[in-house]
Write a protein that binds this ligand. Structure first.
Ligand code: ATP
Ligand code: MG
Length: 325
């Protein structure tokens, strides 16, 4: 069976961008592949975090995974830090990756903004991500479009290792959706939606209450044309809302353009608010149930054992090939 792996950082509440770009597809993929989904809590440390909040967000993210429909009987769900092979492999692969490659990473430039006080981990983080992936030898990695460059780096590292040391890695393919691979910020539709954005009007989280969803979508930036048409260059705001609408309702963008012919932004937003609230309601109620039960601890215990069995085996092969006793 084909192997699949992906992860989300516990840097904030999960947004519709994370859900549409990645998590919604995790749930589909677990039906057809041997899936590993992790909470990459060590990645979160690349930006200063409050320790107590980080612990809580890590557990919450596992509960969100379960609430969106991931089934521990089908998928291996685990926390990165609980499988120590990730950190160890990251060091070994830092001695395979090159500084020139890391210098080209767009996300480091965007998040680091050239500041001297940026943490060193933010710079080397793509190698930890490569370790996360390569330890499991997955064929496909479902991610949003922003992670495409990091996946390319992972492939380069794997290729170099296979050539210079030993042929042990499968080259992973990014698996990026056709719709919703890049959900934009509601307050600025020219930049991607991010859970660590400064303003909460940038995103909708999976746990936002109906009133909040309504407020945020009403405020979402559009344009003055009052025509519902998909055109990401000329109409980035409306095109983004169409993407969200389509992903949550299952209707194609073409269908939606037709449905809203002759109607204005008021009606369109009103319906989108309803679609969003209705889509998130069952996820929210399952989240609260799960968070108040002992399920997360149980799932993590089983997950870390299953993940470590695979990761430790690959780590052994990496070390052996590199001459590390
Ligand atoms: P941060 O701002 O802390 O980096 P994030 O919202 O970018 O948070 P990540 O944990 O870095 O979230 O990414 C988790 C997954 O969600 C990745 O697969 C990423 O590609 C995807 N993703 C993140 N933002 C978007 C977006 N706006 N649209 C589609 N997919 C996204
Ligand atoms: Mg990110």
């Amino acid at each position: 069976m084909e192997r699949v792996l992906s992860g989300i950082q516990p840097t904030g509440a999960v947004t519709l961008g994370n859900y549409i770009g990645a998590m919604q597809r995790f749930v589909q993929m677990q039906e057809e592949a041997d899936c590993y989904f992790c909470v990459v809590n060590m990645h979160a440390l690349t930006i200063p975090q409050d320790p107590e909040l980080l612990k809580q967000r890590t557990i919450d993210l596992v509960a969100i995974y379960l609430a969106t429909g991931l089934d521990p009987a089908k998928s291996t769900i685990f926390v990165q830090s609980q499988v120590p092979a990730h950190a160890e492999a990251a060091w070994l692969l830092q001695c395979v990756a090159r500084v020139g490659e890391l210098n080209r990473m767009v996300q480091f430039k965007e998040k680091g903004k050239g500041s001297e006080s940026v943490l060193a981990g933010l710079y080397t983080y793509p190698v930890l991500m490569a370790a996360d992936i390569l330890l499991y030898n997955p064929k496909r990695v479902p991610v949003g479009e922003d992670q495409k460059q990091h996946l390319e780096l992972t492939r380069e590292i794997a290729e170099r290792f296979n050539r210079d040391y030993a042929e042990i890695f499968t080259l992973p393919e990014p698996y990026i959706g056709e719709v919703g691979a890049r959900i934009m910020g509601l307050d600025n539709p020219t930049k991607k939606m991010s859970k660590s954005a400064d303003s909460e009007f940038n995103y909708i989280t999976l746990l936002d209450e109906p009133k909040k969803i309504e407020k945020k979508l009403k405020r979402a930036v559009t344009d003055s044309e009052n025509v519902i048409r998909f055109d990401p260059v000329a109409k980035p705001g409306i095109s983004n809302l169409l993407n969200i609408y389509s992903s949550l309702s299952g209707k194609s963008i073409k269908e939606l353009e037709k449905q809203y012919e002759g109607l204005g932004y008021g009606q369109f937003k009103k319906d989108l608010i309803e679609v969003t609230i209705d889509h998130l309601a069952p996820i929210q109620s399952r989240f609260h149930e799960i968070r108040n039960s002992g399920e997360v601890e149980q799932v993590l215990k089983q997950g870390r054992e299953k993940a470590a069995a695979v990761a430790d085996e690959t780590l052994k092969r990496i070390k052996d090939a590199m001459g590390i006793i």
